[in-house]
Design a protein around this ligand. Structure first.
Ligand SMILES: C[S@@+](CC[C@H](N)C(=O)[O-])C[C@H]1O[C@@H](n2cnc3c(N)ncnc32)[C@H](O)[C@@H]1O
Length: 263
């Protein structure tokens, strides 16, 4: 059920949503806990403040998921959150009840208003073609005030992609989950890679359930990112992502500045 201040945008939403964001969305805070996002949210806060050519009060986050980054950034900005998965919006509403949530697809949503900043975190990794990436940058540009900055933070660019395996998860008060994440690129000639997950969910009775979930994600070179951001109308720049849990040089992200028209 939608609440009075929420809206459903773009009725034609795709049915290819992974289990993580549909059937298992309710487990999201045990897979990826809000407190784990404090350091990166602080990096994004500093990037926004340093690069925006205007004071930043309002931020639109596209692909906001469970609202983990937003739970930190909302202390500094008024945030509007958009995601295509209704179950993830529901998780985020519980964490961020004071924020506006809207269902929509970052490639085509049009809210009819503008913001000081547009932020797309790891959700942009789900964009798998240059056409869709260009459409996503057009969405960001059309929602940004002149002088505003957009941040795009893919998990990988082609140049720093490495096949890898990792695991994680958390214990909740009455249930717990763990996962194994296996990242690899079966076809280096196309613009996508795979992230296969194995989940173990332990319910409040101690019963376990194991499941698999495949996520197909986009992989583009730095030059493609910069070109498409610039073609959308932004001044584009790549920045190193320096985080205590990451090897220096292993990750980068992009900003697009919407310069004010010359008078
Ligand atoms: C890893 S989660 C984002 C988590 C988020 N960074 C946070 O802080 O909680 C990825 C999200 O991207 C959303 N997503 C994927 N493709 C999308 C699209 N085309 N438009 C809008 N949301 C999308 C998924 O529904 C999912 O909720």
């Amino acid at each position: 059920m939608t609440r009075h201040n929420d809206r459903i945008m773009n009725e034609q939403l795709p049915s290819d949503i992974p289990l993580m964001y549909s059937a298992f969305a309710d487990w999201w805070p045990l897979l990826s806990a809000p407190q784990d996002y404090a350091e990166e949210a602080d990096i994004f806060l500093r990037t926004i403040r340093h690069n925006s050519l205007r004071p930043v009060k309002t931020v639109l986050e596209l692909g906001s998921g469970g609202g983990n980054n937003a739970s930190h950034l909302k202390k500094h900005f008024t945030m509007t959150l958009v995601d295509r998965a209704e179950n993830m919006l529901e998780v985020s509403r519980r964490l961020n009840p004071e924020l506006e949530h809207i269902r929509g697809d970052m490639r085509k949503v049009r809210l009819g208003r503008t913001f000081d900043c547009v932020f797309i975190h790891d959700a942009i990794s789900y964009i798998k073609t240059e056409l869709d990436l260009a459409a996503t940058f057009a969405t960001a540009f059309s929602h940004l005030e002149p002088g505003g900055v957009a941040l795009f933070t893919p998990d990988h660019v082609r140049e720093n992609f490495r096949a890898q395996t990792s695991h994680g998860g958390h214990d909740g008060p009455d249930r717990a989950m763990r996962y194994l994440e296996w990242v690899y690129d079966p076809d280096p000639t196309d613009t996508s890679y795979l992230c296969d997950f194995a989940y173990i969910h332990r319910d409040h009775n101690g019963h376990i359930q194991c499941s698999c979930d495949r996520h197909q994600l986009g992989l583009f070179s730095r030059q493609v990112w910069l070109r498409l951001i610039a073609e959308a109308g932004f001044r584009a720049q790549a920045l190193p992502f320096e985080h205590s849990e990451l090897e220096p040089g292993s990750c980068e992200y992009f900003i697009g500045i919407k310069e004010s028209p010359k008078k």
